[in-house]
Design a protein. Sequence first.
Length: 157
Amino acid sequence: MRTTVWRPSTALRKRRSGYLSLLDATGVAAIFVFFVGMYLVMWTPDHDLSHDNVDLASTTHPKLQPAAMKEDAITVVVTRDGMLHFGNTRVPPEELPGLIRGAYEHGAERKVYLKADARAKYGDVKATLVLVREAGIQDVALMVEQTSQPVTAAPRN
């Protein structure tokens, strides 16, 4: 008669083989593919979103414009290369006054929030202001970023 004695190595060997049989690699792979796909969808830049590719001018004491965050705020963006965006849509300059008029006729505030790239040409920004005035808007807020430290002039010797 043979008796079996419990040994830790035998018990460990049985336990290991049980873990490997419970692991299903297809489920893990499906979850991995799902998360990689979600990352790629969120990471892909949308070229029509003009707010992310504009480096605003900076100042030490900006005035807060909380109404600029409203959904119906009239936002005009001038990019570095002189392209115009009305909200998130690129528009030709001749269409801008009509779009602005349509926005405030539908209940938007009669104020334009202008986001001009710090490296945009002055002439492009000035031409945009002329187009805003053609739409009948006199109140324009130039959007800027706040600098963390005040800029001081170099001492004269």
